[in-house]
Design a protein around this ligand. Structure first.
Ligand SMILES: NC(=O)c1ccc[n+]([C@@H]2O[C@H](COP(=O)([O-])OP(=O)(O)OC[C@H]3O[C@@H](n4cnc5c(N)ncnc54)[C@H](O)[C@@H]3O)[C@@H](O)[C@H]2O)c1
Length: 333
């Protein structure tokens, strides 16, 4: 079972699981935060596979395609693993009134999924957490305590705390803290997507927040899907919380240079002051993923960016719209 199956990361995970021979049920409510047509396109390969079933439903319940608790438990019954990726991502939209959606989609929905997984006696839940739970502390190397600096980070950390609560009830949950994910199908609010579009004829201008020296650990989506799949079954990963990082922390300026080289055109830039909630650097801890998942990242940044550029060049990736209007997002995850 993959929740958020039509999203950026979820759709890659579905394809990986299908390629490994699994039966996969995907749940997604096609949240219009960004164009649902893009999400439908993400599932093109999966829906052509007879071992894939799509449930178009809202994990929060509610009147519009809402999955009530019994239906959710029925859906989860028989699943070996629930990969819980559904949620509302993005840092900047979590400020102000936007936070209500983050509470609903990241906190309430996660509690409902754990509750149903417990009732359905699911073998393992893998929870998609985020480097945002660290705030500024992941950059220091030493402390690495959780101290989010955005409401989004708080909502993802709440999902980790709920995991702790349901572990006590006997549910096996593994939390993965993804560090800024990129690659084909990247969400339209994310930096690399915006950068590539800002090299294109008639594309929008990229809003650079700060001086471009902010560093992020960028992680290719194929590597993230592989780590997530491993977390579903590896006995060592039971109950663990693990950083999933691409291997090196790179300044946004360097990314801009790489994007310009790959696209063969300059990025149109507009500079604004740094945005609240964007930490100056994120750095993953790599040893736990190696030890507990037998995983390490395999895609270097330049090759990964080239794979994303190839996707942007396809007609199906053409949608530029960001329903949220969060054009100031720097490196949201
Ligand atoms: N992309 C990153 O860099 C990154 C980094 C850290 C953590 N994460 C986490 O990974 C997960 C996937 O992120 P993504 O980038 O693929 O985002 P995404 O928005 O592309 O995918 C999330 C999917 O969940 C679905 N969804 C949301 N609420 C739902 C609900 N109530 N019921 C059913 N479906 C629902 C959406 O329609 C969407 O298709 C999220 O939980 C996000 O917080 C992502």
């Amino acid at each position: 079972m993959v929740t958020g199956a039509a999203g950026f990361i979820g759709s890659h995970l579905v394809e990986l699981l299908l390629a490994a021979g699994h039966e996969v049920v995907g749940i997604d409510d096609f949240d219009p935060w960004y164009d649902p047509a893009v999400k439908r396109a993400n599932l093109t390969a999966a829906t052509a596979n007879a071992r894939f079933t799509l449930v178009d439903g809202d994990l929060a319940g509610g009147p519009d395609r809402g999955l009530d608790a019994d239906r959710l438990t029925d859906l989860l019954t028989g699943a070996d693993v629930v990969f819980h990726l559904a949620g509302r991502p993005g840092v900047q939209d979590s400020w102000g009134a936007g936070f209500a959606e983050y509470v609903e989609r990241n906190v309430h929905v996660t509690q409902r999924v754990y509750e149903a997984a417990l009732a359905a006696d699911v073998g393992r839940v893998v929870y998609a957490s985020s480097s945002s739970v660290y705030g500024t502390s992941s950059a220091t190397g030493g402390d690495r305590s959780t101290a989010p600096v955005s409401p989004y980070g708080v909502s993802k950390l709440a999902g980790e705390h709920l995991a702790g609560v349901y572990r006590v009830r006997g549910l096996s949950i593994t939390s993965l803290r993804y560090f800024t994910v990129y690659g084909p199908r990247q969400r339209p609010d994310m930096a690399m997507h915006r950068l590539f579009r800002a090299t294109m004829e008639g594309g929008p201008t990229f809003v650079l927040r700060g001086d471009g020296r902010q560093r992020r650990e960028f992680t290719h989506v194929a590597d993230v899907a592989a780590a997530t799949s491993a977390a579903g079954w590896r006995p060592e990963a039971d109950g663990a919380t693990i950083d999933i990082g691409g291997g090196s922390s790179v300044a946004l300026r360097e990314v801009i240079d790489l994007v310009e080289g790959i696209a063969g055109a300059p990025v149109r830039l507009r500079s604004l002051p740094v945005a609240a909630g964007d930490p100056p650097a994120t750095v993953a801890e790599h040893e736990s993923a190696r030890r507990l998942l037998g995983w390490e990242p395999a895609t270097d940044l330049e090759a990964g960016l080239a794979s994303q550029w190839a996707w942007h060049a396809q007609p199906t990736s053409a949608d530029p719209s960001v329903a949220s209007g969060s054009d100031s997002s720097l490196v949201a995850d």
